[in-house]
Design a protein around this ligand. Structure first.
Ligand SMILES: [Fe+2]
Length: 243
C-alpha cells in the first residue's frame, strides 16, 4: 500500500460519515417535542426519507446500483409517503369527527412507518467493506447465547428466509428477558416480540434482491452476511439500547 486512498477506502469513509449523520437525523426524528396538553399536534409530515449513506454502486458486486436506486428512491420513499399520509388522514379524521376509516388508517401507519424504520436501519446495516464475524460486544453476546457465530448464522438464515411472502429477518434485543431474539417479520410490522429493539435487519422482500439473485433468497442472504453486514453499526445500536 503506498498510502493513497483506494476506492474502497473512500467508500468506507463516506459510509461511516453518512451513517453517523443518518443515525443522528433519525434520532432527532424519533424524539420530536411532545404537543402541549389538550392541543392537536401540528404534525403534517413527521417522516422524511434519509439519504442513502453511500453511492448507489457502493455495494457492488453484491448488490447492484439499480437495486439500491429502486429500493431507496422508490420503495423506501413510498413507505415514508404512506406513513405521512396515514398520519394526515388520522389528524383529519379527528378534526371532522369521522371514525369509519380510523382502523384502516392506523393499520396503514403501522405498515408504512415500520417499513420506513426498518429500511433506515437496513441501509445502516450494510457497508462496502462489511461481512464476516463480529468482533465487538454483540459478537460476544451472540457467542454466549448461540454457542458460536456459525450456529447463530445458521438459525438467523433459517428464520429470516422462512418468511412467507414479504418480510424481514430481524435480530433484536429483548430488554425484559435480557436476551437476543430473532424475529421472522412479515411485511414490516407482524411477528415481533413487543418492545424488542431491532439491531440487525435483513430485507427479504423480493425488491431487495430479485435483480441480482432472482428467486434465490438463500444465496442473497448468504452473500449479505458474508460481504455486506456492518457489525460496527450493530454494536452502535446495541450500545444505544443496553448501557
Ligand atoms: Fe425493502
Amino acid at each position: 500500500m503506498d498510502g493513497s486512498l483506494t476506492r474502497r477506502d473512500v467508500l468506507r469513509r463516506a459510509s461511516l460519515a453518512a451513517g453517523v449523520a443518518a443515525a443522528g437525523a433519525m434520532a432527532s426524528a424519533q424524539t420530536p417535542d411532545p404537543p402541549a396538553a389538550g392541543s392537536e399536534p401540528m404534525v403534517v409530515s413527521p417522516y422524511t426519507l434519509p439519504p442513502l449513506p453511500y453511492a448507489y454502486d457502493a455495494l457492488e458486486p453484491y448488490l447492484g446500483a439499480r437495486t439500491l436506486e429502486l429500493h431507496h428512491d422508490t420503495h423506501h420513499a413510498g413507505y415514508v409517503r404512506g406513513a405521512n399520509e396515514a398520519v394526515s388522514n388520522l389528524v383529519e379524521a379527528r378534526r371532522t369527527g369521522s371514525t369509519s376509516m380510523a382502523g384502516e388508517y392506523a393499520a396503514k401507519l403501522a405498515f408504512h412507518a415500520s417499513g420506513h424504520v426498518l429500511h433506515t436501519l437496513y441501509w445502516e446495516n450494510m457497508a462496502p467493506d462489511g461481512g464476516g464475524a463480529p468482533q465487538g460486544r454483540v459478537g460476544g453476546m451472540i457467542r454466549r447465547q448461540f454457542g458460536s457465530y456459525d450456529a447463530f448464522v445458521k438459525q438467523f438464515k433459517a428464520i429470516g428466509t422462512s418468511v412467507e411472502g414479504s418480510g424481514w429477518g430481524v435480530l433484536a434485543y429483548e430488554p425484559r428477558g435480557g436476551l437476543l431474539v430473532i424475529a421472522p417479520v412479515k411485511n414490516h410490522e407482524n411477528v415481533v416480540v413487543m418492545g424488542m429493539e431491532p439491531l440487525l435487519v435483513v430485507d427479504v422482500w423480493e425488491h431487495a434482491y430479485y435483480l441480482d439473485y432472482q428467486s434465490d433468497r438463500g444465496k442473497y442472504f448468504d452473500v449479505w452476511m458474508e460481504h455486506l453486514v456492518s457489525w460496527p453499526a450493530v454494536d452502535q445500536r446495541l450500545a444505544a439500547v443496553v448501557r
